[in-house]
Design a protein around this ligand. Structure first.
Ligand code: E4P
Length: 218
């Protein structure tokens, strides 16, 4: 399973990249705003800064909601760097835009997926990735992991190439469960990625090994 980090924070992106396990980055307008990145040019420059840190797909989201606007924005985003993936919302105009970009060889990430029907439509339009939002489903008492399993089954039934990018990850168990279900990619915060490495027995064991070594070696 590929690991993407879901942030626009350059320090977090660098830290995850330095671990050597990072495959890509996802952003969204809320994450950009959270970092105080405002204004069209600053936002575009920030995407380039991210692309210069990570050698992998970087999702950059359009803010237009009409086909023409999405095409205009997406085509410009795609010129910024070879690794830019145009992030398109799951709305009817977005489906048309995904189809358009697919025909032009521009990669897309269909975002705000909350149902299997939406995932099916996005795959038929030729989305490179779809982003089902696990955490936000869990927030409304619906099991987000069930959706991942359902989409996996549908995509495998018809050999769709669209990759399942599990999004809105909140904690390490989400990541492990997504891996069990065969999600192609997960995108989550640095905290969830780093939490995978933590185990109290590892810390205790290491402490003991170092103490024993110190005893024998002065
Ligand atoms: C997906 O690409 C989104 O950026 C993201 O995962 C949303 O996560 P949230 O529900 O934590 O905002």
């Amino acid at each position: 399973m590929k690991f993407f980090i879901d942030t626009a924070n350059l320090n977090d992106i660098k830290e995850a990249n330095d671990l050597g396990i990072l495959d890509g980055v996802t952003t969204n307008p809320s994450l950009m705003a959270k970092e105080g990145i405002t204004g069209q040019q600053n936002i575009l420059d920030h995407y380039v800064a991210i692309c210069n840190i990570v050698d992998g797909p970087v999702s950059a989201e359009v803010i237009s909601t009409d086909f023409e606007g999405m095409v205009r924005e997406g085509e410009h985003l795609a010129t910024l760097h070879k690794n830019i993936v145009v992030k398109i919302p799951m709305i009817p105009e977005g489906i048309k835009a995904i189809k358009y970009f697919n025909a032009k060889g521009i990669k897309t990430n269909c975002t705000l997926i909350f149902s299997a029907g939406q995932a099916l439509l996005a795959a038929k339009a030729g989305a490179t990735y779809i982003s089902p939002f696990l955490g936000r489903l869990d927030d409304v008492s619906t099991n987000g992991l069930d959706l991942i399993a359902q989409i996996r089954l549908i995509y495998d039934n018809y050999s769709f190439n669209t990759q399942i990018l599990a999004a809105s990850i909140r904690h390490p168990m989400h990541i492990i469960n997504c891996a069990e279900l065969g999600s192609d990619v997960m995108t989550g915060p640095l905290s969830a990625i780093k939490a995978l490495a933590k185990h109290p027995l590892t810390d205790l064991g290491l402490q003991q090994f170092l103490a024993d070594h110190a005893k024998g070696n002065g």
